[in-house]
Ligand binder design. Structure first.
Ligand code: NI
Length: 174
């Protein structure tokens, strides 16, 4: 496996609408494995293929596996979600405000409104249909990653963006 370079907003691939995944071949499997290693190395809670300069609709999500996450998300804490061609098929009217950071924009965080609950349909790494129901922080990470597939960054929609100080609570990047 290989740790891939995470690109910054100056790379145009990060701003493009990514292509649908149509092949689940060996090359795709290697991309998934490399992205898992890259996510773990970063470390982060989410990674979208355009962030490693691959214009494909593929995202990874893995929340922190700590006590607080396990209390809130049960078995979804620490679980790795791999979704190709993810689509939000249902979203709550209720929006919640929260702090996000992005692996492509190191050193900054921002305040972003997201749907409190969403349902996401997509394909797993073998091309099999899957559906994920997410709320709270998990729903937020999915929305952030899916935005990456359309070239959208949290800084485009954030109400405020700032450089956190050392004493601030750390925001996991995605
Ligand atoms: Ni991001």
């Amino acid at each position: 496996m290989t740790i891939l370079d995470i690109i910054r907003p100056d790379n145009p691939t990060l701003r493009k609408k990514a292509h649908r995944v149509t092949s689940f071949d060996k090359k795709f499997q290697k991309l998934v494995d490399d992205m898992i290693e890259t996510l773990d190395d970063a470390p982060g809670v989410g990674l979208a293929a355009p962030q490693v300069a691959v214009s494909q609709r593929l995202i990874l999500v893995r929340l922190q596996d700590d006590e607080e996450s396990r209390k809130e998300f049960g078995e979804d804490a620490g679980k790795l979600f791999v979704l190709a061609n993810p689509e939000i098929v249902k979203a709550s009217k209720e929006m919640v405000e929260g702090i996000e950071g992005c692996l492509s924009i190191p050193g900054f965080v921002g305040l972003v409104d997201r749907h409190e609950k969403i349902t996401v349909d997509g394909l797993d790494r073998n091309g099999k249909k899957i559906r994920v129901k997410a709320s709270g922080w998990l729903a937020r990470v999915f929305q952030h990653e899916i935005d990456h597939l359309d070239g959208r960054l949290y800084i485009d929609i954030a109400k405020d963006v700032w450089e956190p100080r050392e004493e601030d609570e750390e925001t996991p990047a995605e």
